[in-house]
Design a protein around this ligand. Sequence first.
Ligand SMILES: NC(=O)c1ccc[n+]([C@@H]2O[C@H](COP(=O)([O-])OP(=O)(O)OC[C@H]3O[C@@H](n4cnc5c(N)ncnc54)[C@H](OP(=O)(O)O)[C@@H]3O)[C@@H](O)[C@H]2O)c1
Length: 407
Amino acid sequence: MPIPIISEGLFEGFDSVPYLPTVLKTVPALLLVYLLKRYFGGAVNKSERLMRSKVVMITGGTSGVGASVARELAQRGAQVILLTQHPPSDPFLAEYIEDLRATTNNELVYAEQVDLSSLHSIRLFATKWVDNAPPRRLDMIILCAATMTPPRSKPEVTKDGLEASWGINYLANFHLLSILSPALRAQPPDRDVRVIFGTCSSYMGGNIDQKVKKQKYASTNVYGTSKLALMVFAQAFQKHLEAYKRPDSQPNNTRVVLADPGWSRTPGMRRWLTAGSLWGLFFYLIMWPFWWLVLKSPDQGAQSFLLAAMEADLGRGAGGRMIKECRDIAYVRPEIKDDNAAKDLWALSEKQIETLEKEGAIKRTQEKKEKEKREKTEKATTDGGLQSENRADQSRKAGSRRSRKAA
Ligand SMILES: NC(=O)c1ccc[n+]([C@@H]2O[C@H](COP(=O)([O-])OP(=O)(O)OC[C@H]3O[C@@H](n4cnc5c(N)ncnc54)[C@H](OP(=O)(O)O)[C@@H]3O)[C@@H](O)[C@H]2O)c1
């Protein structure tokens, strides 16, 4: 087909070839779109590893990048435990798990309820996991869940009353890993154990100094601050694991890896871009071709997480490396490797958790007492009602006997 067209062009002039000028204009434009799409799509994970028999715990595995990571790991045979805020009885969650099992041909996909906006919920799950004897197998924890409050929206708070980015993106992970730490340290020494923290380039604009010194929430860039805190904690957690003396005298075998997916078209990003409003959604839809071009798909965003989970090299040597675009990158903020910053942050986090858990326990006890009181009152009212009903019934019966006798 191209040969007759080219020969016609050569012998009879290119003007004689139908649509040639249009084609010549369109092809470079399409080529440009293709190249831009490939560029913004980012690097692809080339690490090939079967994950059969590995037990992977993942937060945020129900949406966006986390859902793609969970699907790929399930496809590779891993046992996937989705930590989600929804109860397992939720019909949408049940359907999601069924679908994941069917499409990955892997029955080992489960969900556990862990609401990261509640320190109590995290404690309930993590203590239950750690209390298991003998210790359960746990090869990987992937921390993908996060929240991003849209610009100019009302600040969101967790169930414990914390600013949501700080509470869910940072403190929840601190709390979860602090409790699960013995479960990680109990894994046999020959096992390649990893903790993967999801991060974001917005950490560069975060300010934990303000947070640690004034013990207040940073007024701007709360998301970046939460991610910076998470990264400081990630390094400190690696050191905490290394400081542990194993009973078998073997070296620590858990490695911390940080993964940045890059900007991706996920529900979280969409909520942020639309500022959580209908007008925002309208503009988002109008600009859809632009977002399609410059933002990664969730599958493309998952690539750095998958490399962090599968690359054999990351299971050896020093932990605490950061992966973006499927390669090692350096940290921009010096606090991340600063032991003093980590110490201050660790102390602040423990204090916050202790205070909030105490307040939460008092609140729960009060609620329980009030509930019991309400139930007692309701019971008394019902019993009282029943008694008067019985009396009325008896007098009716008595009345009918008298009238019968009279008759
Ligand atoms: N998207 C991007 O452009 C981008 C860029 C840089 C870094 N990142 C990072 O990549 C990771 C994934 O981002 P994403 O955009 O894919 O996220 P996403 O679509 O917003 O999904 C967030 C996930 O977090 C879960 N989650 C939120 N609140 C929770 C809670 N209280 N308890 C338990 N789970 C909760 C959600 O669960 P439900 O489904 O139940 O709501 C959902 O699965 C995050 O760490 C994010 O910071 C993303």
